[in-house]
Design a protein around this ligand. Structure first.
Ligand code: SAH
Length: 347
């Protein structure tokens, strides 16, 4: 393909930007809104079928932008409704995105980067290394592709940035994508149904809280001892746990923080560590998600026994914390937390 002729991708445009461009091309100032309705409300990429736009204008639009979603290269189903999609990006990078059925809604687990620079010791995405940040469109295309998987379903969706990558290391594009996701003339998903999960990048956490006060925050704690945490999560050498917790403690927010804690047998799952965890987050309106470790090829960790998970949880409950154990879905197809690392290895 001739790079010089590459058209801009519609999913990389905010409504105001599209409007300015279309008006400059001679369109009326309602055209951008009509386009957004087809793209985001109807999830249609077939410009020629957009019946409320004049034929000549449809032809012009077709030539101006790339309208396609990025292709779904592979699909894996775990037999219980959890489905992982492999999406091919324009430069050959591949990312994964996951559909998870819940009792009364669907959860979309989205990627924010191709690979991840954090290199957390227990995470498969970390082990594959960092390729690059995703653009706004590359985040939004995941939502549109997952929505297509659901056909006519119009019920509640829950979006979680818990796929590949560290969303707060790609804040500018994350924020652009969140705008399209939450805008009434975009995907129209309530920010209260969106969760950004982070290993803790304080500056961008503050930006996120200021720009999207209703978006929920999940903080990947994983260890309550700062030294152990820094061994498991190298980013913790730069972003100090003390500072992050001081911020979370001091900040008035509408939503409770979720603390994620991957349980690794013999490493962070002892009763003493449970008590230390309770003490550490005392006073922060929160809930704790315990995630028994999901096996990852070549990584030297083990999942604790059910009894060990239960006694860890019991200690937290006794200390008055709200605790949910997330026995993962989709483990058989490597779509559970920390298992996303592009099927069959890297490209
Ligand atoms: N970078 C972001 C989002 C991606 S990870 C973050 O750190 O929050 C999403 C969650 O999966 C994190 O809480 C992480 O601790 C957890 N996780 C990573 N690898 C895991 C594994 N092998 N088993 C279980 N959970 C894992």
């Amino acid at each position: 393909m001739n790079v010089l002729l590459k058209k801009p991708w519609i999913l990389d445009r905010q409504l105001s930007e599209l409007n300015a461009e279309l008006v400059a091309e001679g369109f009326r100032d309602y055209a951008a809104r009509q386009v957004f309705q087809w793209v985001y409300f109807k999830n249609s990429q077939d410009v020629n079928s957009w019946s409320n736009i004049a034929k000549a204008n449809r032809q012009k639009l077709a030539g101006l932008y790339d309208w396609e979603l990025r292709p779904v290269l592979d699909r894996q189903d775990d037999g219980h409704g959890t489905r992982k999609l492999l999406i091919g990006l324009a430069d050959g990078q591949k990312i994964e995105t996951v559909l998870i059925p819940e009792k009364d809604h669907y959860t979309f687990c989205l990627s924010s980067q191709a690979g991840c620079p954090l290199a957390c010791a227990f995470c498969a995405t970390g082990a594959m290394g960092f390729r690059r940040n995703l653009t706004c469109g590359e985040i939004v295309t995941q939502v549109l592709s997952l929505r297509k998987e659901l056909g006519a379903y119009a019920g509640k969706l829950n979006l979680v940035f818990m796929g590949m990558g560290e969303p707060l290391l790609n804040y500018a594009n994350l924020a652009r994508a969140l705008r399209l996701i939450c805008a009434a003339d975009g995907l129209n998903i309530s920010p209260r149904h969106v969760t950004v999960s982070t290993a803790g990048i304080l500056e961008n956490l503050k930006n996120l809280e200021a720009d999207f006060p209703q978006v929920k925050i999940a903080f990947s704690l994983n260890a309550s001892d700062p030294q152990l945490r820094a061994e498991l999560m190298p980013i913790a050498r730069k972003e100090r746990l003390e500072d992050l917790l001081a911020h979370l403690r001091g900040h008035k927010r509408r939503q409770r923080i979720t603390f994620e804690y991957v349980l690794l047998a013999g490493i962070n799952d002892s009763p003493a560590q449970a008590r230390q965890l309770a003490k550490l987050i005392q006073g922060i309106p929160s809930k704790v998600n315990l995630i028994p470790y999901n096996a990852t090829p070549r990584l030297p960790f083990r999942r604790p026994t059910e009894v060990a998970v239960e006694s860890f949880r019991a200690i937290l409950l006794e200390k008055g914390l709200t605790v949910v154990t997330r026995w993962s879905k989709g483990e058989g197809i490597r779509s559970a937390c920390g298992q996303l690392a592009v099927f069959g290895g890297s490209s």
